[in-house]
Design a protein around this ligand. Structure first.
Ligand code: NAD
Length: 484
């Protein structure tokens, strides 16, 4: 059994209050995390603030880039040592975790290079005899709050640009899955990230998480999680007039036209919904398919999804691992029961395929006849449950896709490029893929609209989003100041 403390100022800080991390594949506790409180939050934020005002502020962009590069090199060499911690915590399949971790260093390299290439911007003004200059300054202490589904990759998207911009960071990973973040923080410290620049506090969101957001020295918050958690964080941040980025949930639509390449589409729909057992924010959970091909596409989805192998997430051959925790299994089970009671037709029942498996297993599930008033259409399951409906006209397809309180992602499948572009432009979402699904790249922003949140991560403005501008006006000679 592993016992993790908080990682603050380059030191492990233990706690008498702890949280069990239960391995979802076995339903057995494999580690404990410290359960932080307001005092822990105060210590972490003050430590990060001291690092910001002393050593870290003296680093120029080139020196920060060197530190981030050293961290990238450490990750490139040692990423494999972090894998087991994440699989044990959240039950994500080892093949997926390896895929994410083998590329973790690239996010850091990218933003180290961006920091090196930041050039001062010229500023002009129309006031005679007065020059103005534009400065980009880090916020100071940034609080980064992450969910349990992909803790380390999501952290990399926040941390790399935040550090490149010159901030210091306090991370609050999910109470369900903190181990990989803690192991990573230790690795970063050993690689040369100065003490206090990256700190990790563990515990519950409504206690230590909220205390971090409310702390008077917190200057910016970046949050990824549910819309419920996002609202709480935004309320707490508003109290201190602290800006936040909210990356929240989704109910993403996959629109399939009759002229789509079906082989490609079947793969896209299946990986869109069943990767990570449906526990991804961009999960394409609503399939909106042209009526003439609905039966053929549904049958092909059932043929593949029905044969996916459930198993131990540590086994590289496993295709479907467990759900991340018991409460989540209960929630998914209840939502599937509600879908049935509301009249949706269950074509593939993940409760049946999960029978006989220890741990929190739930197999791929497919519903037909899902209507817009049903819970399954409106609410995020965050599990392996696909809702199918059909359309007859393009306008109807767009209208169905946009009938959601969320707006994170969407997919369009057609071999007509003009139709693909036209429909993608009309779908209300932060990201839309055409004949493709789920790519991420440091140059391309991600984020949502409506209940999926606000602000963006990654993309060309990722570092700037962690900087504030300051204008300085300098009169070269006595200049008349208009009065009154
Ligand atoms: P969650 O909202 O329950 O928790 C996320 C994090 O917020 C955890 O660290 C939690 O402890 C913390 N938290 C909760 N309440 C808080 C509060 N009042 N103050 C401060 N911190 C608080 O979400 P989850 O169940 O861990 O993650 C699943 C959700 O995350 C899904 O809705 C999923 O769609 C979303 N998600 C979104 C993205 C994206 O990029 N948009 C990516 C991954 C996951």
């Amino acid at each position: 059994m592993k016992h993790y403390g908080h990682f603050i100022g380059g030191e492990w800080i233990s706690s008498t209050d702890t949280i069990d991390s239960i391995n979802p594949a076995s339903a057995k506790t494999w580690a404990t995390f410290a359960a932080g409180d307001a005092q822990t939050a105060d210590h972490a934020i003050k430590t990060a603030h001291a690092a910001f005002t002393n050593e870290w502020r003296e680093f120029n962009p080139e020196q920060r880039a060197d530190v981030i590069d050293r961290l990238a090199t450490a990750l490139e060499t040692h990423w494999e040592s972090l894998v087991a911690a994440e699989v044990s915590d959240n039950g994500k399949r080892i093949a997926e975790v390896r895929g994410q971790f083998a590329g973790l260093h690239t996010w850091f390299r990218h933003f180290a290079n961006e920091a090196r290439n930041m050039t001062p911007e010229a500023q002009t003004n129309g006031v005679p005899g007065v020059e103005s200059t534009l400065h980009h300054l880090p916020y100071g202490v940034v609080v980064a709050i992450t969910p349990w589904n992909s803790p380390l990759m999501i952290l990399a998207w926040k941390l790399a640009p935040a550090l490149a911009a010159g901030n210091t960071v306090v991370v609050k990973p999910s109470e369900m899955a903190s181990a990989s973040t803690l192991e990573f923080a230790k690795l970063a410290f050993e690689a040369g990230v100065p003490a206090g620049v990256l700190n990790v506090v563990t515990g519950y969101g409504h206690t230590v998480g909220e205390a971090l957001v409310r702390h008077p020295l917190t200057r910016k918050v970046t949050f990824t999680g549910s819309d419920f958690g996002g609202r709480k964080v935004a309320e707490a941040a508003a109290n201190g007039v602290v800006p936040c980025v909210l990356e929240l949930g989704g109910k993403s639509a996959q629109v399939v036209f009759a002229d789509a390449d079906l082989d490609n589409t079947v793969n896209g729909i299946l990986s869109g919904i069943f990767l990570s057992n449906g526990q991804t924010c961009v999960a394409g959970s609503r399939l909106i398919v042209e009526k003439t091909i609905k039966n053929a596409l549904t049958q092909r989805l059932l043929d593949v999804a029905g044969g996916l192998r459930l198993g131990d997430p540590m086994d590289a051959e496993t295709q479907i691992g467990p759900l991340a925790n018991e409460a989540h299994l209960r929630k998914v089970t209840e939502m599937v029961a509600t879908a049935q009671s509301e009249g949706a037709r269950c074509l593939l029942d993940g409760r049946e395929t999960a029978q006989g498996h220890e741990g929190y297993y739930f197999g791929p599930t497919i519903f037909d006849g899902v209507t817009q008033n049903m819970q399954l259409w409106r609410e995020e399951v965050f599990g392996p449950v696909l809702a199918i409906t059909s359309f007859e006209t393009e306008a109807e397809a767009v209208s169905l896709a946009n009938d959601s309180d969320y707006g994170l992602a969407g997919g369009v499948w057609t071999q007509d490029p003009r139709k693909g572009a036209r429909v993608a432009a009309q779908i209300d979402a932060g990201t839309v893929y055409v004949n493709h699904y789920r790519s991420v790249d440091p140059n391309v922003p991600i984020g949502g609209i409506k209940l999926s949140g606000y602000g963006r991560e990654l993309g060309p403005n990722a570092i700037k989003d962690f900087l504030q501008t300051k204008s300085i006006w300098i009169g070269s000679a006595p200049v008349a100041v208009p009065f009154p």
